[in-house]
Design a protein around this ligand. Sequence first.
Ligand SMILES: [Zn+2]
Length: 274
Amino acid sequence: MTEVRWPNGARCAVAITFDVDAEALYLFHRENETRPKTLSMGTYGPLRGVPRILDLLDRQGIRATFFIPGWTMDNWPEQTREIARRGHEIAAHAYLHEQFNTLSPDEQRAVHRRSQETAERIIGRRMVGVRPPGEYTPETLGIVHEMGFLYDANLRGDDRPYRVKIDGQTTDLIEIPGHWELDDAPYFLFAAGTGYAPLRIQSPMAAYEAWTREFDGYYREGLCYVLMTHPQIIGKPGRAILLEQVIEHIKQHDDVWFATCEEIARWWLESGQP
Ligand SMILES: [Zn+2]
């Protein structure tokens, strides 16, 4: 297997990412508009999770990538600006957390356009990366490329970044893949009685064991470790301790490059990797 090259001889890359879904996660399903308890699970993310996570990242000296739906930016503008002010990357995550497989190609374009306009209005700049929620359609990546994004970060087919092929042509759109085992939702997302995600809550230690063991493997092979989490899930008091312990485990290793997804995508292009 060809070795991946990382900057300054680093052995592997680590991107800590947060999807600040807030209430938008639930509001995309219209029946939730009249369900205050369900919506309040989303409220927890920007209200309590984000400030706790920002302090944790400051303590650890790490810059992360926050994927934020336009709706969250419009309804939580102070939290959104604070994320940017503390030096983190903000990337696109649809407007109302639309599931992309339910959208026509033109609707997908309109969602990207609306989320970029919102970012320009709230944080004063456009976003270079996108994590479209839900399943993709065959057109989704072509549209992401056509809309001028530098990278996409939601496919599962590799553990290294790569240049996306569209209609048989290799492009300069970079995919930064993620994996369900490095996502907090399968361990912790729970919503009794709402019919939404009827999953069982696992112990933080289950995630700790999986996330640190996966890191050990990524480190051994020199790959791109992408933790995909949500402030409404990982931002709870005890789970924030879990996240910090995972970061401390990673920091016990030499030559780890903590980077934002934008930095990883730019490195991939500049270093001419496939
Ligand atoms: Zn999301």
